[in-house]
Each structure stands twice: as structure tokens, then as C-alpha cells.
Design a protein around this ligand. Sequence first.
Ligand SMILES: Nc1nc2c(ncn2[C@@H]2O[C@H](COP(=O)(O)OP(=O)(O)O)[C@@H](O)[C@H]2O)c(=O)[nH]1
Ligand SMILES: [Mg+2]
Length: 277
Amino acid sequence: MQHLQWFPGHMTAAMRMMRENLKSVDGVMMVLDARAPESSVNVKLNNLFADKRVLYVLNKADLVDKKDVARSVARFEEKGLSAIAVSATDKHTVDMLYDKIFALLKDKLEKNKEKGVFKPVRFMVAGIPNTGKSTIINALTGGKKAATGNKAGVTKGKQWVRIRELELLDTPGTMPPAFESQTAARHLAYIGSMNDANIDFNDLAYEFINEIKVKYPKLLTERYGTEDVTASALEIMNGICEKRGFLLRGGEYDYERCSKAVIDDFRKGRTGKIFLD
Ligand SMILES: Nc1nc2c(ncn2[C@@H]2O[C@H](COP(=O)(O)OP(=O)(O)O)[C@@H](O)[C@H]2O)c(=O)[nH]1
Ligand SMILES: [Mg+2]
């Protein structure tokens, strides 16, 4: 299996930008992917924000079973952390997010009020690439103010956006310089938070099928007509190639196409609700 690591120079620059702006923010929204809420925590960012109030936002909750979402939020709360699950594509959950931000700063805001100080609340929106940071900002502000896209590295430089009494700083996604676990790194590759250009999709789809055939065998059968989910990942891929006609000229299996299709199906939610962590 390919060793996954991704820490280009622009992430060092983004970390520096975040560090420089920390003093001017009241809190941080750490945007995670609800399909992999533990794997999508960037430990380096946690260290950077150690003295800040942090709200963990488990986004893309629409792609996960409600029970898994609730359990994930509870896990964060058990550790004494503030967490909320949202779907940036659902207006209602985004309103809840707005309230949650103000609740997190309630005491600070009351103190300011007593002193007669009025200033907007400033939050930095951070996390690994592709978790929906910019989409959340757009949903909160009701506009297309932050650039979005379903791949890593769409947000460049820094961007402040204002909504009512809230100012949000969008930031480019950052990864830790090294992953503590390659399983976690793989989960990030599945969800599209890694740079696809560096990924060996054959390897990735093989590993994905190995995980899914144990955790969600039924989904493999439903999506790909896999009859024997106890077969090896390679045999399952062969079956998918046959059923989908992913064949090369000589009739050999086109694993490249098969791998990309399997990962793309998962990313778009076509395989079903899959919780990875
Ligand atoms: N299904 C689903 N997709 C989302 C959600 N939020 C964002 N996305 C998609 O995820 C991709 C990455 O979003 P973006 O805001 O650019 O992520 P960023 O890199 O963290 O700023 C885009 O294609 C969004 O449309 C969500 O709640 N549910
Ligand atoms: Mg962005």
C-alpha cells in the first residue's frame, strides 16, 4: 500500500497565516467530515488552537447515518469539547450553527455588554481540505463569498466574510506534516481531502473494498451486485469490472477505471451512507 503524506509548502504558509491571525479571533470553527470525524482532525491545528475556544463542526452529516452522527458528536462532548453536526447544504442546520457559535462565547459577550463594548464576534474557520469550510461560510452568509470545490486546495490566501454580528475568516485546508495513522490517512483519501494527483487509485479502491466488505457488505451487493462479499477485494473488483464492462482492449480488467468509479461512487454518496472511523 502506498504511503500517504501530503504537506506542500502552501500549507506551511497557511499555518503561518492562521497563527498570525489567532490573536484577532474569539474562537475557531474546526470543520471536520462527518464520515471520518476522528481522522479529519488535524492534530497540528489542535495544538495551534490550544488556547482558543474551538467548535468542532461535523459537516456533510447528510452522507452519514443519523446514529453514527449522534455517536460522533457525543464522543466529542464526552471529552468536554463543543461539537455540532451540520450539513452545509441544509439551511436549518446552518442556523443552528450560528446559534452554537454565540452560545460558545456567551460569557464573553455578556461581559462585553456590561462594559458597553460592542464588537463583532470573530471566528476562524479551519480544518483539512475539502471538509466544506467555504460552503459553510457561504451558507451562513447566504451568498457565494467564499470559493468552493470538491477537491483539495480551492481556498487560497485569507478571506474575511461578515454576517450580522459575526465575522468569519476562511482559511486554506491544511494537513499535519505526517499522519499518526495510515488508516486515518486512507480515510482522508477516500473522502477527497488528499491531493488526488498523488494517489494510487488502484491501491486506494482495493483498501476501500477491504474495509467496506466487512463493515457494509450489503451496500457492495446493492451497488455492484457483488454476490460473495467474503471473496478477496481483488475478486470483488474483477466482478465489478465484468458487471460494469470495465475492460481493456484485450479483454483484461480495467482496474484503473474500476478504482476511480468505486471511489467516486463513495464520494458522491452513491454507495450509500458509509461511516469510516
Ligand atoms: N453532501 C455534502 N456536500 C458538501 C457539504 N458541504 C460541502 N459540500 C461539498 O464539499 C465540497 C468541498 O467544499 P468546500 O467548501 O470547497 O470545502 P473546503 O475546502 O473545506 O473549503 C464541495 O463540492 C461542496 O459542495 C455537505 O454538507 N454535504
Ligand atoms: Mg475552501
